[in-house]
Ligand binder design. Sequence first.
Ligand SMILES: Cc1cc2nc3c(=O)[nH]c(=O)nc-3n(C[C@H](O)[C@H](O)[C@H](O)COP(=O)(O)OP(=O)(O)OC[C@H]3O[C@@H](n4cnc5c(N)ncnc54)[C@H](O)[C@@H]3O)c2cc1C
Length: 244
Amino acid sequence: MERLTPIIQRAPGRWQIATVIAIREETPSVKSFRLALPMWMAHLPGQHYDVRLTAPDGYRAQRSYSVGSSPLDEGEIELTIDCLADGEVSPYFHDVVEVGDRIEVRGPFASYFVWRGSEPGPVLLVGGGSGVVPLMAMLRHRRRVLPGAPMRLVYSVRGAADVIYGDELAGDPDVVLTYTRGAPDGWTGHTGRIDAELIAAAATGAMTAYVCGSNAFVESATALLLDAGLAPEWIRTERFGPSG
Ligand SMILES: Cc1cc2nc3c(=O)[nH]c(=O)nc-3n(C[C@H](O)[C@H](O)[C@H](O)COP(=O)(O)OP(=O)(O)OC[C@H]3O[C@@H](n4cnc5c(N)ncnc54)[C@H](O)[C@@H]3O)c2cc1C
C-alpha cells in the first residue's frame, strides 16, 4: 500500500502550535520570545501573528503581536511583548511562559504596514515604546539584505531602563533616541516627546515613513511627518493600543 505523505499546510490563516525555544529579557517589563513554528513561512517585516491562549474551562483570549525578527531566521519568529499590569495575555507571557512551552499562533498577517524593500527611500521609522517591534524587523532585515539602503529609526522611550533592543541599537548612527521621562546621566541627545524639530531633522530626504505605537503617539507623529513634507500615501501606521 502506498504511504500517504502529510500535506504541509503553509497558509497563514491556519492555527499551529509553536514551541518557545528562547526567552530574553529586554527591559524589566518587556521580554522577547523566540518561537519555532512547524508550519513556518517567511513573513514580511512589519507583519504580525495572532496568539491564542485557552484556559482549562475553554475560555480563550487572542491578541496580535508583531514579529521582531528578520524573515531570514528560517523556521522561527521572535515576538517581543510588553507586560501590561492589568492585562490578560501579556502578563501570562511575562510571568508564566517558559522555554519548552507550546503556544497557539497563526500568521503572518497584514499587507499594508510592511517593508518590502521597494518603497521609495530613504525610509524613516518612528516608534514609541513597544511600537519599535515591527520597526526592528525592518531594521534587522535591511541590515542583512540591503545594508546600503538608507533607513533611520526615531525611537521614543520613557527612561533608560525602557529601551527595548538596547544592546543592538546602541551606537547605531541611524538610531535617534528621545527620553520622555528621564534620560540617563550624561545624555546629550534629545529629551521629551517627539516634536517638530526632531522629526524635521530626522525626516530630511525621507520618502517613506513607518509609524508604530499607541494611538496618541501615532496621531502626533503622523501630523509631524505631514508637516515635515512627507506624502500621506507614503506614511504607513500601526496602532498597538489605546493609551498615550
Ligand atoms: C497589529 C498589532 C500588533 C501588536 N504588536 C505588539 C507587540 O509587538 N508587542 C506588544 O507588546 N504589543 C503588541 N500589540 C498589542 C497587543 O495585541 C495587546 O493589545 C497587548 O499585549 C495587551 O494585551 P493584554 O491582554 O495584556 O491586555 P488587555 O487585557 O487587552 O488590556 C488591559 C488594559 O490595557 C489597555 N491596553 C490594551 N492594549 C494596550 C496597549 N498596547 N498599550 C497600552 N494599554 C493597552 C486596555 O485598554 C486595558 O485597559 C499589538 C497590537 C496590534 C493590533
